[in-house]
Design a protein. Structure first.
Lengths: 457, 420
């Protein structure tokens, strides 16, 4: 297969699949929290800034209550992020031991970023009323910056795993390491970063909008809810259509850099000129069953050419092919949800510009309630597409996942313990957020009677 | 050689800071278990919770720093340690999850029964995590971790006398540091009852840590002779003597209620133990693996040093700000107090022309599609991405301030059904 001389001797691990699932579970728990780390501080600071500009106490109340959510979710994000760093060494010791000198720098810088974020989240969330308004607002700016730099570093490592560079293999050994060009001179980094960054705004925007959509459906619709909904909703609705365009970009990058991943996404068994795009369906025996085929669309989308040649799965041996249906179904899930969210966004933007108000259809608010969880599902589906589509490689075409896994026994025990722990943490997070939501508003006029109009007939 | 050792110095410095800062946070968690009953016990517990609130996350990140610098600069070492010591590593991970989650829960708990339940989970996690991490340090020190992928025993590697002892020592140090810091905080807040409660605890835990350390030397002598030989020679011996003196001095300072200097002297006592361990083993990391054999290639080491120095130049002033604000009492539990009206502001200013902004937004969107989706060149994609971000920002500016400027949107009652 390849002639990699790993730093530690590879071992046979009976529970490789469980180790991968354990890692995937840890990512799936952490990534939605990352989204809130990326996007939520921006929304909180915007609300605080509006409050400073207008003197309207509603904004300050919104920012203040949101900052408690920032604090709680950051606390959970710190620990789920720590687990990931433990697993990098604990589950994949040979990956870390062989390539730590190439990719590790990204995590070291990310560590500093995380540090700065922790410091300023502490100052911001605990500094209300005790710091001057100006200083307090300024203490939030580093949170926004570090939310970006942190995700930049982690994505740089992931992009490197998908498109490794910055080192040479001589006699199977890693030499001539240049960590800077490995991490930042990577043509796959930028599309992946932008895609994830916008996903952060979609998940946070739609989730927060959904919370206040529930309020509205229940008939609670004071100025507080209006302000608290308009900010995240507008952000989510602007980000969703843009994400469709960015998705097209990243797909074209994949078509060039990882043609086998694209072939798995599309279920393309053989190299084809003028390849069709299949929507829905199931891949079996080298073809898509029950799918809707659109002739030439894949060639057109991937290479902007009617008869472009698209590489098929047959160009690599079966052992080097990723699991096709998992990759394909998660891709279709992401694209399907993303398209619906973009549609929802466009509807909102049109109504907002034309009528200068929020839509008044009940279904719109029900759609928003669903949109937050749906955006999270799309987020995770997107990561599954990217990472399962990378299999069997951990470092693309250099080291396989099987070569990198730990030789330690007891993976099923660890997996079970982790599942139980994360279920408990999820329960705790829900409980905390409900508590925070139920604490009194302390705003004049906030206890106005419910809006009877909104009650269902 | 200097370059190959420098990242190790960073790792050890991070480890000292983690022990001295996060260790104390673990200790504060343990003291909640031993706070006693009644109203006084509750105050002792609450005090431990509030004083670590704004800082525990920042303190915790030292561990991330240690791990990430170590795996970049000494990848084989980390791979070997993390795979052989998978069990305590994983136990520590679960402890960290439980602790972080219960910290967040404690802030939201409203009744004292809820708080006590959370405190129980918190205290267990606070005990287990330093113990597990301590056994890992002990296992490495006692040469029980061979080079290789899970080459050592899953349990036998860290359940020997020395690892267990270092684990217990980590627990005792944590409890001791926490009690000293909390007593100092209480003295600053002018709360003599809490101050006395933690003073007594500091004296007890300090004495226990001292006894454990001396027993530890005997166990190391019996169980890990080469470590012992390293410890009683040269710089390692000097470190241990400083540690002994500092530990004794800190107890004396606590006894005479001079808590502020006690804080730093106690931290010094713990730091010199870590230093002594490092001097005793240097230059060997694992059996058959020296620092220079484990070190990453030259360019990576240079990159790590640059990253750490540049990061530190930003980090330390920020940490200084955090601790200064904390010690000045300017950071507190985020309350729900009524929002004070902001400074006047200019609420009456008419929003900028929405129509113009909307047109600019649409133009940016079209430019974005053209450069990002139609074009194929890298430079065009860059322009496209900026155009699309411009679309989102201008679109937001066109919509949101105007939408929020009005009073309650009285006219938009919800329809009963969607358009069918």
């Amino acid at each position: 297969m390849n002639t990699l001389a790993a730093a530690l001797a590879p071992v046979h691990q009976q529970y490789l699949l469980q180790a991968r699932q354990m890692q995937a579970l840890s990512f799936a728990v952490h990534i939605p929290l990352v989204c809130f780390g990326i996007a939520f501080p921006v929304m909180v600071l915007f609300a605080e800034w509006m409050g400073m500009r207008t003197g309207d106490p509603v904004y300050r109340t919104v920012a203040r209550r949101w900052s408690r959510i920032v604090l709680a979710l950051f606390a959970v994000g710190v620990i789920t992020g720590t687990i990931l760093s433990f697993e990098m060494g604990g589950l994949w010791p040979n990956f870390t031991a062989t390539f730590g000198s190439v990719f590790g720098l990204g995590f070291a810088i990310e560590g500093f970023s995380f540090f700065m974020e922790a410091i300023f989240v502490g100052i911001y969330a605990y500094g209300w009323d005790r710091l001057s308004p100006r200083l307090h607002f300024l203490s939030g700016i580093p949170i926004v910056i570090t939310g970006f730099t942190g995700s930049l570093m982690v994505i740089a490592v992931n992009a490197w795993m998908n498109h490794p560079g910055g080192f040479r293999l001589v006699g199977g050994k890693v030499v001539d390491v240049n960590p800077w060009s490995a991490l930042f001179g990577n043509s796959m980094l930028w599309s992946e970063l932008v895609h994830m960054y916008i996903a952060g705004y979609m998940v946070t925007g739609f989730t927060m909008a959904g919370v206040y959509a529930v309020s509205r459906l229940r008939g609670r619709w004071t100025r507080y809810e209006q302000v608290a909904m308009t900010i995240p909703l507008t952000i989510g609705c602007l980000a969703a259509p843009v994400q469709v365009l960015v998705g097209d970009w990243i797909a074209r990058v994949i078509a060039v850099q990882q043609p086998i991943k694209l072939a798995a996404i599309e279920g393309l068994a053989r190299t084809t000129r003028g390849a069709s795009e299949h929507v829905l369906g199931w891949y079996t025996n080298g073809q898509i069953k029950f799918g809707i085929g659109i002739p030439h669309l894949l060639s057109l989308l991937a290479f902007h050419s009617w008869n472009a040649r698209v590489l098929g799965l047959n160009t690599v041996p079966p052992a080097d092919q990723p699991p096709i249906n998992v990759t394909r179904l998660s891709f279709q899930t992401m694209v399907g949800i993303g398209t619906l969210l973009a549609l929802l966004g466009v509807i909102y933007l049109i109504v907002r510009i034309r009528d200068r108000s929020l839509p008044t259809w009940r279904w719109f608010y029900w759609a928003l309630v669903v949109a937050g969880p749906a955006a999270t599902v799309a987020l995770i589906a997107g990561w599954v597409t990217a990472e399962v589509g990378r299999q069997p490689w951990v470092v693309y075409h250099v080291m396989t996942t099987a070569q990198s896994v730990t030789g330690a026994s007891g993976i099923p025990v660890g997996y079970a313990a982790l599942v139980v722990t994360y279920i408990a943490v999820a329960g705790a997070v829900v409980w905390i957020l409900r508590r925070l939501a139920r604490s009194p508003l302390d705003l004049p006029g906030a206890d106005a009677p419910p809006d009877p109009i909104a009650e269902p007939a | 050689m200097f370059l190959k050792t420098l990242p190790l110095v960073f790792v050890l410095a991070g480890l000292v800071l983690y022990t001295a800062l996060a260790g104390a946070d673990f200790g504060a968690g343990m003291w909640r278990l031993l706070a006693g009953g009644g109203e006084r016990g509750e105050r002792v517990r609450d005090f431990a919770h509030h004083s670590m609130g704004p800082v525990w996350e920042a303190n915790h990140v030292w561990l991330i720093f240690v791990i990430t610098v170590a795996w970049t600069a000494y990848p084989t070492f980390v791979g070997s340690v993390a795979s052989t010591l998978a069990a305590p590593f994983f136990i520590a991970a679960l402890g960290i999850i439980l602790r972080g989650a219960s910290y967040a829960l404690r802030s939201a708990a409203s009744t004292s029964r809820e708080s006590r339940m959370v405190d129980g989970a918190f205290a267990v996690a606070s005990l287990v995590t330093p113990f597990a991490l301590g056994t890992m340090a002990g296992a490495v020190a006692a040469e029980r971790v061979p080079v290789g992928n899970a080459a050592g025993g899953l349990f036998s590697s860290w359940t020997g006398a020395v690892p267990i002892l270092i684990g217990l020592l980590a627990v005792a140090f944590s409890a001791y540091l926490a009690a000293v810091y909390l007593a100092a905080d209480a003295a600053r807040h002018g709360d003599p009852e809490i101050e006395e409660a933690y003073r007594v605890r500091a004296l007890g835990a300090g004495a226990a840590a001292g006894v454990l350390a001396i027993v530890g030397l005997v166990v190391v002598h019996a169980d890990a002779r080469s470590l012992y030989t390293g410890l009683v020679h040269g710089a390692a011996l000097a470190s241990l003597i400083v540690s002994l003196l500092a530990g004794t001095a800190a107890l004396g300072l606590v006894f005479t209620r001079r808590f502020e200097p006690a804080r730093y002297v106690a931290a010094l006592a713990v730091a010199t133990v870590v230093a002594g361990w490092a001097f005793a083993r240097y230059p060997v990391l694992l059996p058959g693996l020296t620092v220079s054999q484990a070190a990453a290639p030259h360019d990576t080491l240079v990159a790590v040093v640059i990253a750490v120095l540049a990061g530190g130049a930003i980090l330390f002033p920020s940490l200084g700000l955090l601790f200064r604000l904390l010690l000045q009492g300017r950071l507190g539990e985020p309350g729900t107090a009524a929002a004070a009206a902001g400074p006047g502001g200019d609420a009456g200013r008419p929003p900028r022309s929405t129509a113009l902004q909307a047109r600019v937004a649409v133009a940016l969107l079209i430019a974005g599609v053209g450069f990002l989706n139609a074009a194929d060149a890298g430079w065009a994609h860059l322009i496209g991405v900026f155009a699309l971000f411009g679309f989102m920002i201008v679109g937001f500016a066109a919509i949101v301030p105007r939408a929020l400027a009005g009073g309650p949107e009285a006219s938009d009652e919800l329809g009963q059904a969607g358009p069918t």
